[in-house]
Design a protein around this ligand. Structure first.
Ligand code: SF4
Length: 116
């Protein structure tokens, strides 16, 4: 008798629409990361050490949002965040606040994912 494949917690419980949404977000985020990686100019959230993009401090978040407007991939980032809103962090000059943030929650971000 064939052995049963191991369950993958958090993955096998997804419905088909949830799986499609996850895959769509992953592809869109990969596209954004490609744009960041291939940029010939510095991307502020990757190059700037201030950490404002994932900060909980309002003044730091505001400063990071201002820096986004010099970003060479601002257009791609804005398209991503419009299609796939993130719960927190600073993206494309916008401070995400969708109500499910908590102190210390660190969002996925171009900076965070590039650094991994
Ligand atoms: S969050 Fe988006 S727009 Fe802002 S610096 Fe990073 S990649 Fe650029």
């Amino acid at each position: 008798m064939p052995s049963r494949p191991e369950a993958r917690p958090g993955v096998d419980r997804l419905t088909e629409p949830q799986r499609e949404a996850r895959d769509g977000r992953t592809a869109a985020h990969a596209y954004l990361l490609d744009a960041v990686a291939s940029s010939d100019r510095p991307v502020p959230c990757v190059e700037d050490p201030s950490g404002g993009w994932t900060s909980d401090v309002p003044a730091q978040k505001a400063a990071a949002a201002e820096k986004c407007y010099t970003c060479p991939v601002l257009e791609q980032c804005a398209a991503y965040i419009e299609a796939w809103p993130e719960p927190c962090g600073v993206w494309a000059g916008q401070q995400m606040v969708l109500g499910n943030t908590r102190p210390g929650m660190k969002p996925a971000s171009p900076r965070g994912l590039v650094a991994r």
